[in-house]
Design a protein around this ligand. Structure first.
Ligand code: FES
Length: 348
């Protein structure tokens, strides 16, 4: 029985034992109060390994009991929407002031326009930083890399996990000596300590968003190291409509995640139909890059337009809501860290 079509945010204390209500009858959700007697359903025991916040399933449909796995998003009421024209929403002002390439919203959330960011050059590579620890990120550094006319210099991202997304162009990525063909919208995983070289095809400009977790200062090795982690041979994941996961009216496809070695960061590509999600929060930090369409990002007391090519940085637990305003909706690529499931949100 469904208690409610969304998870419960709880703080679990290290060493404590909990009993999660599996039947949905408990009046002490999400924990058991004995109401399952006679139902044939028993509660799930959980011993907390560490003190941490967690989202426990309220819909009782999860496949990862007692934790929410996003199953509620496809239940009635599980993907709530909001009316952007409601009386309360009409009072929320639109941010138009630019701070360089950024427009700041509440709580350290911002929209960044790479087209307005000054670029540094090294050989055939142009690059700029979009999301950095100095600008509030705790788990990531995001850069835009652009290469044309020949190979980039060798580079590495400071001994961090790195995830790339090919925004435009095709070509190759050489990862510590191993060659991978790239096409638009591929996701790519680079192990800590491995180096990278980007080679655009023909006259293409290879445009790549690169995320390093956690800090990822750019380094320029003189030579390509031969330290490719051969135990993880799959490094490129392409878009495949068969791999989509429905999330209410939205869908997403996981690109890079633990299946190919990335245990802390998860990358996904997703579509949002013309609509505004109800305001919600995540326990992970998130960056979304708009690939197509336009919309508006809302926080508590501000909102800002966002269009194709721009990125949105969302600190952990920041209240927000993304509205797609284009008739065709929005296509976005996102990274969440730490996390492995972009469909898990809470509404408290
Ligand atoms: S609340 Fe049940 S899966 Fe999320």
């Amino acid at each position: 029985m469904l208690a409610r079509p969304k998870p419960f945010l709880v703080t679990l204390e290290a060493g404590r034992t909990y009993f999660w209500c599996a039947c949905g009858r408990s009046a002490s959700q999400p924990f058991c109060d004995g109401s399952h007697q006679g139902s044939g359903i028993t509660p799930r025991k959980l011993v907390a390994q560490r003190t941490e916040e967690a989202l426990l399933c309220g819909c009782k449909q999860t496949c990862s009991a007692p934790f929410c796995d996003g199953s509620h998003t496809n239940l009635p009421g599980g993907s709530p929407l909001d009316d952007p024209e409601s009386a309360a929403n009409r009072l929320i002002p639109r941010v138009t002031e630019q701070d360089g390439p950024r427009r700041w919203l509440d709580g350290g959330c911002y929209v960044v326009a790479p087209a307005l960011a000054p670029k540094a050059c090294r050989g055939r590579l142009r690059y700029c930083h979009l999301v950095t620890p100095e600008l509030g990120a705790r788990f990531q550094t995001q850069l835009l890399l652009e290469v044309e006319g020949g190979p980039s210099p060798f580079l590495s991202l400071g001994g961090c996990d790195a995830i790339l997304f090919v925004a435009a162009g095709s070509g190759h990525a050489i990862i510590s000596g191993r060659d991978f063909a790239l096409q638009p919208h591929d996701g790519v995983y680079v192990r800590p300590g491995e180096a990278l070289q980007l080679l655009p095809a023909g006259q293409d400009t290879l445009r790549v968003f690169a995320l390093a977790s956690p800090y990822g200062a750019l380094e320029w090795p003189d030579a390509m190291p031969r330290n490719f982690a051969a135990e993880l041979p799959e490094r490129v994941v392409s878009v495949d409509a068969q791999q989509r996961t429905a999330m209410g009216p939205r869908y997403f496809q996981i690109l890079v995640d633990k299946r190919i070695g990335s245990s802390v960061i998860t990358q996904f590509i997703g579509h949002i139909p013309r609509s505004k999600a109800a305001p919600h929060r995540h326990l992970y930090e998130e960056t979304l890059i708009v690939l197509a369409g336009a919309g508006c990002i809302w926080t508590e007391e501000r909102k800002a337009r966002v269009q194709a090519g721009e990125a949105i940085f969302l600190p952990r637990k920041q209240l927000h809501s993304l509205e797609a305003t284009s008739p065709e909706g929005m296509l976005v690529v996102g990274v969440i860290c730490p996390g492995d499931n972009p469909s898990i949100a809470y509404y408290e």
